[in-house]
Design a binder for this molecule. Structure first.
Ligand SMILES: [Fe+2]
Ligand SMILES: [Fe+2]
Length: 167
């Protein structure tokens, strides 16, 4: 997303996810840091909205993409500090998110696959649908943008001020 609130101006998108966004279980994601500079709700909205737009452009199931994209990281622990006996965070959290999402809304098989396979690349679970692949690629892209974006802006500002000093 170009700006944090770009999705708010898209009425069609808002209508697709409004019932989910109204749920405390989704709003609670704002309390968790995701990639250093972003909270998990903001991250989930970015992944959902950007994936939705790609799916729409490709004439795919953008409704399932928007909804499952928003729920793909529906878990409530700090992944940087919580460790599991059963496996890695990459393996565990899609399963936790799916279980939590099922408590909020009925999910079709595509939505389940989107949530469960969004770590494709880090795990061996291969997406069954194009929509799942889109969400997993956008998730990777957003994670990098959220991590490096603020650093890049700070770096650019510093270079800019150096140039001003030199001139
Ligand atoms: Fe995730
Ligand atoms: Fe994610």
């Amino acid at each position: 997303m170009k700006t944090r609130d770009e999705w708010r101006k898209d009425e069609e998108y808002v209508a697709l996810v409004a019932d989910l966004l109204a749920q405390p279980a989704v709003q609670k994601l704002a309390n968790y840091t995701q990639h250093h500079h972003s909270d998990r709700l903001q991250h989930s909205l970015s992944v959902s909205y950007d994936s939705y737009r790609i799916a729409k452009r490709l004439h795919l199931d953008y409704v399932s993409t928007a909804r499952a994209g928003l729920l793909h990281d529906l878990f409530y622990y700090d992944w940087r500090t919580t460790k599991f006996d059963l496996g890695t965070h990459a393996f565990i959290h899609p399963r936790v998110a799916l279980r939590n999402a099922e408590k909020l809304t009925p999910l079709n098989s595509k939505e389940k696959d989107i949530i469960l396979k969004h770590m494709f690349g880090a795990t061996l679970a291969v997406p069954r649908y194009a929509e799942s692949l889109i969400v997993s690629l956008v998730d990777d892209y957003e994670a990098q943008a959220e991590f490096f974006g603020p650093l890049k802006r700070r770096w650019q500002a510093r270079m800019q001020s150096r140039r001003l000093v030199k001139n």
